[in-house]
Design a protein around this ligand. Structure first.
Ligand code: PEP
Ligand code: MG
Length: 839
């Protein structure tokens, strides 16, 4: 007999889950597998993805598992738990059910114990409120008896309807068009009797929503910087549209909210106004994100939705073939993006592409489309309908995380439709003129990975952050970019000439011909420098006055190591060993680690490699490490703290490093060190590893720490007796010094490594290090030409950067005259802010 479907109860409260299970077992006695993942390790309220993954495993009898969740983050944790499941078959057997927890569990238990299959159990649970609704609605026969998604808004009228007015505004509210401003908008439209007025998020390409429905308006997901289109027809159309635009320009009258930040009016950018270059602080000004100069016509990176031709399908077999071929083509494109992300960013980031691939393989969607084709629909119509239905189902869910999955479905759906219908998107269509400068509110890593520098001159983002993954990918792909340009840039007309300098953070809109000529000269000079840099990439980098500066590469995968060697790196200044540990069910053993580290060493042909011990933690959980949920992961059990909490993990890693160090120069580096005791504890584990290997201390072994915590920088002298080198991680040091989380676009302008506060910490480390201890910088700042000169002036003698930046940084070093750099660095320390430093 087939075993029953398993049930998992995910709740913030262990007591609630236990009571619900008790109730369900009362209704469905017997051997039903019901597992609970509720509360967090310390007994508090919360949910834990690792525990949920464990519960799913325990409940899975092979017949599948239905997961019922309570509110908010329970859904998010359950989603994450699915990603933690190693076995794709096991993952496919799990169904996250949006049913109410208690009622859903009771009916699901009854259905499962009665032998229902997974889909039936979930369907039963989803309809669990019917009984209650029927009872409460007994006196009102007109009330609905089932909870059905809201009907789709009416389709927009065909373009032929001439009286339709469509205008737009850019959302300037810091928290986007959230409930309160949306309510004001809806009230206004209702007041003006604008029953046919509709809104859509033009930035994300959301569906149209009736402007009279608060529930629908909030679903367009209009965030700060997004452009919202307002459409109306009829006699009063202009009046209503004007009133809505006025309300938007007044910041939706949000000033009244106590404690709320003063809303910015929706900005308008005069076509010829230069967006200012860097200032301090830079309110809305552009930030340097990826070096290089780009000049080209603006093109909004908002692909127009594909219009599915209204025609009957051809021969079903032919249409079926077209559908399968389009899906396969898009799957190939997504795999390419994943490979790029895996190479440039690491396996965790590559996982987002897997989510898109899964959608292409989702039987719920693909089988529906196939069935429609078999019934005579065209491939594009069938695919469009099936994916629209799937996206609408996500849309109907209140959880914002799941709503975001709807955008994923639409993005993949459009990609397949473009292939079927033959419509290129903004990236594929080279157009007639010169390559465009793409402008967007923000860019997903997937989009950034897909950019072809031959077809796109540059990128300007209204938001974004220089340390976000999309920015790292833009740098890796050599696409010049500035970001944080402010929402006004989105309103600039397509085709307007833009000129940007991605190293200086300069952006000009519709510049004068003289300015364009000056930019072109600058670009030509840069191209010449790049050529020379490439020719001299493997020569040492020595300043004009004869000071050697090592230029190393940062490596996050075996492929990076090959790239580092080819780029002429003097050494590998940072191996992010996380690549070996993420995305798997168990930690790699000593032999596997040894082989991987040897692979890096072999690629570098005997040059020094700096192996950083595992730097993960609350923000990047590992399925095999039971970590408590942390309210603030960046201040929690990360880096060396995590390693000392799991000494066996550290011991194995250090043993593998010691083995390699007997054959090649190895530096062992500990991340996120804050106290001397942490370092001493880690060094003891290293000594034990050396003893375990039994061959004495490897002669060229060096030991150092990453300086990423301000406290470590300020007391660097205390570490000096115990280290051979310091490597300053400016990415983390900047976020901790300025209390500005890396990757958070809202504080990207604050998180500037050239802030004098950060530079003073670098100075403190260099002064404490003296002649004995080498000071390196391996954060992103090392690749910024201006920062590199200042760092050398402060005393840094090793810069470790992404492989593509190695040649350029060597060239920067060759142009430095140390005496001048020392003077400029000293002046930078007393500057008031990063703008003055750059000035
Ligand atoms: C840093 O923090 O600067 C650094 C190089 O480490 P990671 O970016 O890996 O945190
Ligand atoms: Mg770091």
């Amino acid at each position: 007999m087939t075993p029953p479907v398993g049930l998992v109860v995910v709740s913030h409260s262990a007591a609630l889950a236990a009571a619900a299970v008790e109730l369900a077992r009362e209704m469905a006695p017997g051997e039903l597998p019901i597992e609970v993942a509720a509360g967090v390790a310390d007994g508090g309220l919360g949910t834990d993805a690792v525990a949920i993954a464990g519960a799913i495993g325990a409940a899975d009898t092979g017949s599948g598992v239905v997961v019922l969740m309570d509110l908010g983050s329970a859904v998010l944790s359950a989603e994450l738990a699915l990603e933690l499941l190693d076995d794709p078959d096991a993952r496919d057997r799990v169904l996250l059910c949006p049913a109410p927890l208690v009622e859903g569990l009771v009916v699901a238990a009854v259905a499962a114990s009665g032998g229902a299959d997974r889909a039936e159990v979930a369907a039963e649970a989803a309809g669990a409120l019917d009984g209650k609704l029927a009872q409460l609605a007994a006196d009102e026969p007109a009330a609905p008896l089932t909870v059905a998604p809201e009907p789709e808004p009416e389709a927009p009228p065909a373009p032929a309807e001439q009286s339709e007015i469509v205008e737009s505004f850019t959302v300037a509210l810091p928290h986007g068009l959230h409930a309160r401003p949306a309510a004001r908008l809806v009230a206004l439209v209702r007041e003006l009797d604008g029953s046919g007025v509709r809104l859509r998020n033009a930035t994300t390409g959301s569906p149209w929503a009736p402007a009279t429905s608060l529930a629908r308006v909030t679903t367009i997901g209009a965030l700060r910087g997004h452009r919202v289109e307002v459409a109306a027809s009829g006699e009063r159309a202009q009046v209503v549209v004007d009133a809505v635009l006025d309300l938007a320009a007044r910041g939706f009258d949000e000033t009244a909210a106590p404690g709320a930040a003063t809303p910015e009016p929706a900005p308008r950018l005069p076509a010829s106004r230069p967006v200012p270059a860097v200032e301090s602080p830079r309110p809305g000004g552009p930030l340097p994100a990826s070096p290089g100069i780009a000049i080209g016509p603006k093109r909004a990176d908002v692909p127009a939705p594909v219009v599915v031709p209204d025609e009957p399908g051809g021969d079903p077999a032919t249409e079926q073939g077209r559908l399968e071929a389009a899906i396969a083509t898009v799957a190939g494109e997504i795999r390419d993006g994943r490979d790029t992300a895996a190479r440039e960013l690491g396996p965790a980031e590559a996982a987002i592409f897997d989510a898109h691939l899964l959608l292409l393989d989702d039987p719920d969607v693909v089988d529906e489309a196939r069935a429609a084709v078999a019934a005579g629909a065209s491939a594009s119509q069938a695919w469009s309908d099936a994916t629209a239905r799937a996206a609408a189902e996500f849309d109907a869910l209140p959880d914002p995380y799941l709503a975001a999955r709807a955008a994923d479905v639409r993005a993949v759906a459009q990609q397949v439709l473009r292939t079927l219908v033959g419509v290129p998107d903004a990236l594929d269509d080279p157009g007639d003129g010169p390559p465009p400068v793409l402008v967007a509110a923000d860019l997903t890593p997937a989009r950034a990975a897909a950019l072809d520098p031959a077809r796109v001159a540059g990128v300007v983002l209204a938001g974004g952050s220089p340390t976000a993954h999309s920015a790292i990918l833009l740098r890796a792909r050599g696409v010049p970019a500035v970001l944080g340009a402010g929402p006004a840039i989105l309103d600039v007309k397509d085709g307007t000439l833009l000129a940007l300098d991605g190293a200086a953070g300069e952006l000009l809109v519709d510049p004068e011909p003289d300015t364009v000529a000056a930019f072109r000269d600058r670009a030509a000079a840069q191209a010449e420098r790049e050529l020379e840099a490439r020719e001299r990439s493997s020569a040492p980098a020595v300043t004009r006055d004869g000071v050697d500066v090592l230029v190393g590469a940062n490596v996050g995968s075996p492929a990076d190591a090959t790239a580092a060697a080819a780029a002429g790196a003097d050494l590998v200044g940072l191996v992010r060993t996380e690549f070996l540990f993420l995305d798997r069910a168990a930690a790699p053993d000593v032999d596997e680690q040894e082989a991987a580290y040897r692979g890096v060493a072999t690629a570098l042909g005997g040059k020094r490699i700096t192996l950083r011990t595992l730097d993960v933690g609350g923000d990047k959980p590992l399925p095999y490490l039971p970590l408590p949920a942390e309210a603030n992961a960046f201040l929690g059990l990360r880096g060396i703290r995590l390693a000392t909490a799991f000494p066996e993990l550290l011991a194995d890693q250090l043993l593998a490093m010691v083995r390699v160090a007997h054959d090649t120069p190895v530096s062992v580096m500990f991340p996120m060190v804050a106290t001397v005791d942490e370092l001493l504890a880690a060094r003891r584990v290293l000594d034990e590893a050396i003893a375990r290997e039994g061959r004495g201390t490897p002669p060229e072994l060096q030991v150092g720490i990453m300086v990423e915590v301000p406290a470590a920088a300020l007391k660097a002298a205390a570490f000096v007796p115990h280290v051979d080198f310091f490597s300053i991680g400016t990415n983390d040091l900047t976020q901790y010094t300025l209390a500005a989380e890396r990757g958070n676009p809202a504080v990207a302008t604050v998180a500037d490594p050239l802030d004098p506060g950060v530079l003073r910490l670098v100075d403190a480390v260099c002064r404490a290090a003296g002649e004995q201890v080498l000071v390196a910088v391996c954060g992103e700042a090392a690749a910024d030409p201006l920062a590199a000169q200042l760092l050398i002036g402060l005393g840094v003698r090793e810069l470790s950067v992404a492989a593509p930046a190695v040649a350029g940084v060597k060239q920067v070093v060759r142009e430095v005259e140390l005496a001048g750099a020392v003077g400029r660095a000293a002046a930078a320390l007393t500057a008031s802010g990063p703008a003055e430093v750059r000035g």
